[in-house]
Design a binder for this molecule. Sequence first.
Ligand SMILES: *Cc1c(COP(=O)(O)O)cnc(C)c1O
Length: 365
Amino acid sequence: MTVPFVDLHRQYLSIKDEVDAAIREVIEESAFIRGRFVTDFEREFARAVGLDRCVSCANGTDALYIAMKSLGLRPGDEVITTAHSWISTSETITQAGGDVVFVDTDATTFTIDPARLEEKITDRTVGIIPVHLYGQPADMDPILQVARAHGLWVIEDCAQAHMAEYNGRKVGTMGQMATFSFYPGKNLGAMGDAGCLVTNDRALADWCELYARHGGKGEHVMEGINSRMDGLQAAILSAKLPRLHGWTARRRQVAAAYDAALTDIEWLVTPHIAEQRTHVYHLYVIRTRYRDALREQLTRAGIGTMVNYPRSLPFYPAYERLGHRPEDFPNAYSAQSEILSLPIFPEISASEIDFVCGTIRAFRP
Ligand SMILES: *Cc1c(COP(=O)(O)O)cnc(C)c1O
C-alpha cells in the first residue's frame, strides 16, 4: 500500500458530474472572465462566511496585497505578522510598501502569540495579520484587544481555515477584512489559482473591486491591477461549496483517528487545540525531535508527508536583511525542525490511516 499526502483526483471523481456540468456551462456561455458565475460565487461565499461582501481575485496572495492597499498602507508603515506561515503573508506586506515585523508563535498552537504583540508595536505600526495556521484559529480576542488599544487594523489570513471557529465566530468575521485562498489543495480548492477577500465594510469592498479590475471598467478612476477569479474557477467553486461542511467533518474524523492512534506515543506530540476553537485540519501536524528519521521511514513505506514549513519565515534568505536570530523567535524556531504533516484529505480511507499509524508505531527512535 502507498498513501499519498493528498489526492485531489479522488475528490474530483466523487463530484465529477457536478464539476463537469459546471465547466461545460461556463464554456457554453463563454463566461470566462467576470459574468454570472463569478458574481454568484462571490454572493454564495460571502453568505457562507456570514458577511456582506466577497471580492474575488486571482489567488490568496493577491487578496492580502489588495486588502493592504485598500487600508492605505504607505511606505514606512509597519505590519505585524506571525513568524510561522507561508511566505504570502509577509511578502505581500513588502509588496504593498510596508515593513514586515515578525512575532513568535505560542508554544502549542503554531499561531501568533498575542502576549508578544505589545513589545513589537511602534509609532509606525498600522496593522496585524494573524494567520489561522493549519486550520486552527489564532487567539483572536487578545489580538483584537491590542489592535483596538493601538488603533491598528486586523486582516485575518484564512487561507488554511475555511469555516473554522473561534468562540463561536467564524474566521474571517473578526478583523476589518479577511483573505481566503482557493489553491487546489486548500480545504475549498479550485482547479487552478483563485482567492478572495471578505469584509462587512462596503467602502473597502468597493475600493478593492475597483483596484483589482484596473481601477474600473471604462472609466478608470485610478490605476489598479488585474487580479480576477476566472469563470471556470468560480463555477467549480460554486459546485464544491455545498460539500465543504461534509469535507470538514471528514477531516475532523481523520484527525480524531490519528489522535486516538498516536496520542500515547511519548516521543511524539499530536496537534493541540486551544479552548473555544474549532480546527478544520487543512494540515495535521505532529511534532517530534525524531522528525527527519521518522519522515524517512514513512517515505520508505510509501507514505507521503510534508514539512509545512522547512523554516520559520525570519530564517529564510528572503529575510536575511532583518538579521534575526533563533532566540528572537524561540517557539517558531524550535518547531521548524520538529514539525511533520501527515496525509489528511476527506477521501483518505480508514485502511490508509491505519497504515500510516502502524508505520509510525513501528518506528523506533
Ligand atoms: C495558501 C496560502 C496563501 C496564499 O494563497 P495562494 O492562493 O496560493 O496565493 C496565503 N497564506 C497562507 C497562510 C496560505 O497557506
